[in-house]
Design a protein around this ligand. Structure first.
Ligand code: GRF
Length: 216
């Protein structure tokens, strides 16, 4: 039976749209069964509805400072839909260890940097400031510490000398849309194992060629 994935968003939902598009393929190992937003006006909600995906809103503001009360409401919505896997896609809330514990080994996030470099927000601006030549995106398992879980997949791009935070964001986002669907497929197909803080992939392979910047 196809696993059931819920996507959690707070904003525009372009990664969500990439996952929904991938899951239209009948050979893809999971359905996108639900999209949840903590913000009622998240543009991604409309995109999900237009694709025929059930949506729901669980507003964190309804629970004031009580993070666990918000998470219990969220968990109730998700449990009602028999969800197997959670994907965070631009979901702008940090979770308590309690919520993460409900989803151990079953919750993915995508982050716009090559982790463990540039955890947190504003990654493209910080990347430029640091002067690194290679930047990218990471899909990782969610653990209680932010942006710190075992790495499932990474993609890299060259940083150009005339890049701005905006041009970098655009190229990294396009990369994210290529990275997230196959990473979720690996999890849904049961091909990931988490051992000592690392993610091992059964039947995985990696290209031999290197990305070298600048080109020589
Ligand atoms: C992406 O850059 C993702 O890596 C980060 O938040 C952004 C969400 O963009 N976690 P979108 O809502 O998927 O378009």
């Amino acid at each position: 039976m196809r696993r059931r994935t819920a996507i959690l968003i707070s904003g525009r939902g372009s990664n969500m749209a990439a996952l929904i598009a991938a899951a239209r393929d009948p050979t893809y190992p999971t359905d996108i069964a639900l999209v949840v937003s903590n913000r009622p006006r998240a543009p991604g909600l409309e995109r999900a509805r237009a694709s025929g995906i059930p949506t729901t809103v669980v507003e964190h503001t309804a629970h004031g400072q009580d993070r666990e009360a918000f998470e219990r409401a969220l968990q109730a919505e998700i449990a009602a839909r028999q969800i197997d896997i959670l994907c965070l896609a631009g979901f702008m809330r940090l979770f308590t260890p309690w919520f993460v514990g409900q989803w151990t080994g079953r919750m993915l996030n995508i982050h716009p940097s090559l982790l463990p470099s540039f955890k947190g927000l504003d990654t493209h601006r910080r990347t430029l400031r640091a002067g690194v030549k290679i930047h990218g995106a990471t899909v990782h398992l969610v653990v209680p510490e932010a942006d710190a879980g075992p790495i499932v997949a990474q993609g890299a791009i060259a940083v150009h000398e005339d890049d701005t935070a905006e041009t970098l964001a655009e190229r990294v986002l396009a990369l994210e849309h290529r990275l997230y669907p196959p990473a979720l497929a690996l999890m849904a197909a049961g091909r990931l194992r988490f051992v000592d803080g690392r993610c091992l992939i059964s039947g995985g392979s990696a290209p031999e060629d290197a990305l070298i910047v600048p080109g020589f």
